[in-house]
Design a protein. Structure first.
Length: 374
């Protein structure tokens, strides 16, 4: 049987280490070697060794005996005939509550007994709204506290203290986690954490403490908002259970309506502009209504190719930071009629060679490639 290692060596602290130093070292080593965090074959043994060392050195009397006699303390093991079997401490205090939460379904959550649930409502707005911003007013049905029971869910609001938790809303639960015994507080299931119960439920709200009512909600649309932007309205959500605490929050999620011809790319607005061959060849000016209520004037230079882009600066979407505005980017495309009459076909045939451009097809391909690479 191998000789036991020195407890101070196990915790990697000096013999005059303070209680704070011991706890800090234990916290670090326990996180490192916990079997649920460490897959090494010897992790479980090391974890138990760390526990045992801390169990002795964190107890002033056991530490004095260990400093004097080492592992050969008179009377045998400080943990009794059965030796070390784990120790009863609140590990959330030592390792932090988030240490065990990762094993049992996520992080900390706010108490159900003092705040109601949040509510999410999606609201569609036109693209124009994010250019000018402004206030919006909508009517929606939301849960509100029941007046007949004052949100308690009890007939006439008459409640009594919960006998299972003595009105605290919490019960203490002891749980074995490996060699540890953990004491933790949990929401009382009988009263759902409210600390109150009732004999007869309210008929108006069927014991829920809330009813649905129409409400007018006012909020402001921020300039440059995007689809998915959420606006938070505190205490406009689900009322607190049993009327004890504050209501949750209401979130308004903005959905930007699809525009008839613009696509959005960040702060820029992109559109496709189909043009006839003569407009591309000779140039033209197009005027369109714009979402900022000022006409958008697009000047097409002569000899514009299908696929060329024209940029009109500072006519796009405003920055959400309030500085600057994006551009409007126009993609010029050749609009091809679905069919031609005989006269048009004859005219095109007479102009075929002239409209095709100079040089052979392969030469034009090479010239076009050179232009694109410049």
């Amino acid at each position: 049987m191998s000789e036991k290692r020195d407890y101070y060596e196990i915790l990697d602290v000096s013999r005059d280490a303070s209680e704070k130093d011991l706890k800090k070292s234990f916290r670090s080593l326990a996180r490192k070697y916990h079997p649920d965090k460490n897959d090494s074959p010897d992790a479980d043994e090391k974890f138990k060794e760390i526990q045992e060392a801390y169990a002795v050195l964190s107890d002033p009397e056991k530490r004095r005996n260990y400093d004097r006699f080492g592992h050969n303390s008179p009377g045998g093991s400080p943990f009794g005939p059965g030796g070390f079997q784990g120790f009863d401490i609140n590990l959330e205090d030592i390792l932090g509550g988030d240490f065990f939460s990762s094993f049992f379904g996520g992080g900390r959550r706010r108490s159900a007994q003092n705040q109601g649930n949040d509510i999410l409502v999606r609201h569609e707005i036109p693209l124009k709204s994010i250019l000018i911003g402004g206030k919006v007013e909508i009517d929606i049905d939301l849960p509100i506290s029941c007046d007949d029971c004052n949100g308690t869910g009890a007939k006439d609001g008459v409640t009594s203290s919960c006998s299972d938790c003595n009105g605290s809303g919490q019960v203490r639960v002891r749980q074995q986690i490996g060699p540890f015994v953990q004491d933790s507080l949990r929401s009382c299931q009988t009263c759902q954490g409210s600390g109150r119960t009732y004999a007869v439920k309210c008929k108006t709200c069927s014991g829920s403490g809330s009813i649905t009512g129409a409400q007018t909600i006012r909020f402001e649309i921020p300039k440059g908002a995007q689809t998915g932007t959420r606006l938070r309205m505190r205490n406009k959500g689900q009322p607190a259970p049993f009327g004890r605490g504050v209501s949750g929050d209401l979130f308004i999620e903005l959905i930007i309506e699809e525009h008839s011809w613009f696509e959005r790319n960040g702060m820029d607005l992109i559109m496709s502009l189909p043009l006839g061959y003569s407009d591309l060849a000779l140039g033209t000016t197009i005027t369109l209504p714009h979402i900022d209520d000022k006409d958008l004037t697009i000047k097409i230079p002569p000899r514009t190719n299908s696929g060329d882009t024209i940029t009109i600066q500072s006519r796009g979407v405003p920055s959400s930071r309030g500085v600057g505005r994006g551009d409007v980017v126009i993609l010029c495309k050749l609009h091809m009629p679905k069919k031609f009459n005989k006269a048009t076909k004859k005219s095109l045939e007479s102009l075929r060679n002239e409209l095709s451009g100079e040089g052979e097809t392969l030469d034009r391909i090479i010239d076009d490639a050179e232009d694109r690479r410049r």
